[in-house]
Design a protein around this ligand. Structure first.
Ligand code: NAD
Ligand code: UDP
Length: 321
């Protein structure tokens, strides 16, 4: 059945891939974005699609009247890269809380189902490994990451408050590190940093000694998980991530190998409160949604590297060893 779907953050990395999928499935899509970390070019391929509209809008402001038509809302609006969300911590907090409040209030009037893109960051620097949805987390409430972590935790709390008090239909996903084409060269997250550095002959900047771990999920798998969660039976929260865990140093070495780069790998200071390990337990997600990631890190990195070669106009100058 065709729906009218609002996608705040629709010009961002995940949002633009989601819009592609929703339009291809025959839905009417209205993307809202303030272009603080997204860009029109990410959805340029949809510019001629009659079923797609992109409105410049900051969700901390009252919503445009077009939003009332939506039967589903995927809230992806929020900077996700640590350097970006820490550069404007007040705006990050307000987007996570006040912006979401506008969407939940809209849903209270219209009955639209609200999907909230929450994050593995709600687990902070976890003391339980791997992380299950029952783990309540270990977050520094006043550290440099708190604008994002606590903003997202408050977002989850507010979704469940609206659900309990007003029966607003909600879906909450805890997304773990996702990567793929359309990450911006200046995004600042580890996968894009390493690939850009490797392709341009700069040293790869490993923070700390690179012993910290992450579990990287390819964007197509992530988006499939988000759509299944929105249309599935559970409010969540459900972990959406790839349970294969790697150290950051392993990632750097793999990127150097796959790009054929001669770049060195250099250690830099570890940022404050950087989580030491992160891996999703996805058994609940698998049981409820029948979802698990399909794309290996090797294949996903190859696709992402090809995207960056094109973006940066870097020819295949390095011989693959
Ligand atoms: P992104 O920065 O590429 O996209 C965020 C988009 O939201 C951008 O287009 C930005 O311009 C827009 N935006 C920010 N503040 C806004 C506001 N006030 N009003 C309107 N638009 C606004 O990041 P992403 O990786 O695509 O992440 C999308 C969502 O998924 C975020 O909510 C993020 O917290 C969540 N998430 C992502 C990951 C990941 O690995 N990509 C992991 C966990 C959670
Ligand atoms: N990181 C790194 N070098 C970089 C960028 C990030 O070593 O140039 C590390 C960072 O310290 C963290 C991991 O890579 O341990 C993932 O960082 P990212 O910013 O991608 O996301 P996070 O999971 O921290 O939100």
């Amino acid at each position: 059945m065709s729906e009218t779907i609002l996608v705040p953050g629709g010009a961002g990395f995940l949002g633009s891939h989601l819009c592609d999928r929703l339009v291809a499935a025959g839905h009417e899509v209205i993307a809202l974005d303030d272009f603080s970390s997204g860009e029109r070019a990410h959805v340029a391929q949809l510019a001629d699609a009659r079923r797609f509209r992109l409105l410049r809008h900051d969700i901390t402001q009252p919503l445009p009247r077009e939003a009332v038509a939506a039967t589903q809302i995927y809230n992806l609006a929020c900077p996700a890269s640590p350097p970006h969300y820490q550069a404007r911590p007040v705006q990050t907090t307000l987007t996570s809380v006040l912006g979401l409040w506008h969407l939940l209030e809209l849903s209270r009037q219209s009955g639209a189902r609200v999907f909230q893109a929450s994050t593995s960051e709600v687990y902070g620097d976890p003391q339980v490994h791997p992380q299950t949805e029952d783990y309540v987390g270990h977050v520094n409430p006043i550290g440099p990451r708190s604008c994002y972590d606590e903003g997202k935790r408050c977002g989850e709390a507010m979704c469940f408050a609206y659900h309990r008090q007003y029966a607003v239909p909600i879906r909450v996903a805890r997304i773990f590190n996702s990567y793929g084409p359309r990450l911006r060269p200046g995004d600042g997250r580890v996968v894009s940093n390493f690939i850009v550095q490797a392709l341009t002959g700069q040293a790869l900047t490993v923070y700390g000694h690179g012993e910290q771990t992450r579990s990287f999920c390819y964007v197509d798998d992530t988006v499939e998980g988000l759509i299944r969660l929105m249309n599935g039976p559970s409010e969540g929260p459900l972990n959406i991530g790839n349970p294969v865990e790697h150290t950051v140093l392993e990632l750097a070495e793999r990127v150097v190998r796959l790009t054929g780069s001669r770049s060195a790998i250099e250690c830099r200071p570890l940022p404050q409160d950087d989580p030491q390990r992160r891996r999703p337990d996805i058994s609940r997600t698998e049981a409820v949604l029948g979802w698990r990631p399909k794309v290996s890190l090797e294949d996903g990195l190859r696709e992402t590297i090809a995207h960056f070669r094109h973006e940066l106009g870097v020819a295949r100058t390095f011989a693959v060893a």
